[in-house]
Design a protein around this ligand. Structure first.
Ligand SMILES: [Zn+2]
Length: 264
């Protein structure tokens, strides 16, 4: 499932190709019956909010897309390929095309629905100037484990399974620790990591969370096998203290941690 940095990357790239232009939209398999309403209109902007995308065509005309676990985009330069397989919608100009397949949600939102979405979901570290205060307050009011809270899109937007494990490791917080026992200072650290590392992930298209000094090869670009501290490293030695990394299911996904470095 794409994490928030990939959603923001889609938005940036698609805005470059399509925003400010009149676009064609269709739905070859009929999975998006409103496609005809949009065909020939100018796409005003592409919005990203946590794991949600919004294609804004005007008043009460924003196509909301949530990729979910299986959704994905295919994009390219003209000529556009013939439609094949389950295809929710296509959008194209004379120069560029994109196809959307397999999203959990794809339908037109009114402005009110989009605003309700903005209000429903937690602060997004990838939206410039976002105030994380609401996230901090919510976390610190809950007995729920912080490892569950970080995956809850109502608490904070865009953090997925990999970043959850890695941010908690870097903050030395055990995933089981109740939200209310996480200090404000620790939460500020997690937020700062999210802003910086997710932005890097978006720019570099790689999720690197290790510090150079903790990698077997500290010089140069991180190798693929040394980009994470704990994610998918269960049974392997912690890069800092040597303790075996542990894992278990939490909030429907596997969480990973170092029992020595991360405090209850
Ligand atoms: Zn450790």
């Amino acid at each position: 499932m794409p994490e928030g940095h990939e959603i923001h990357r889609f938005a940036l790239r698609q805005a470059e190709a399509f925003a400010g232009k009149k676009v064609h939209v269709d739905s070859p398999n009929g999975g998006f019956p409103d496609a005809g309403v949009l065909d020939g209109r100018k796409l005003l902007e592409v919005r990203a909010l946590g794991k949600h995308l919004g294609y804004h065509f005007g008043k009460d005309l924003t196509v909301h897309v949530h990729l979910g676990q299986f959704g994905d985009f295919w994009e390219g330069q003209q000529p556009m390929p013939e439609p094949k397989g389950a295809l929710r919608f296509r959008m194209w100009t004379r120069t560029d095309w994109l196809e959307l397949r397999g999203p959990t949600n794809c339908r037109i939102f009114s402005d009110q629905e989009w605003t309700a979405l903005e209000q429903r979901i937690g602060p997004d570290p990838l939206v410039d100037g976002t105030d994380p205060a609401a996230m901090f307050a919510l976390v610190r009011s809950k007995k729920t484990p912080i490892g569950v809270l970080l995956m809850d899109q109502k608490v904070v937007s865009g953090i997925g399974n990999i970043y959850r494990a890695e941010f908690l490791y870097r903050a030395r917080i055990h995933p089981d620790r109740p939200g209310r026992d996480v200090s404000l200072l620790e939460l500020k650290g997690v937020w700062k990591d999210a802003v910086t590392l997710m932005r890097d992930g978006m720019d570099d298209r790689r999720m690197v969370t290790t510090r150079a000094k903790h990698r077997p090869h500290p010089r140069g670009v991180a190798l693929d096998e040394e980009v994470h501290y704990v994610y998918r490293r269960q049974g392997k030695p912690c890069r800092v203290c040597g303790t075996e990394i542990e894992s278990k299911a939490m909030a429907g996904r596997t969480v990973y941690w170092c029992p020595t470095c991360q405090k209850d």
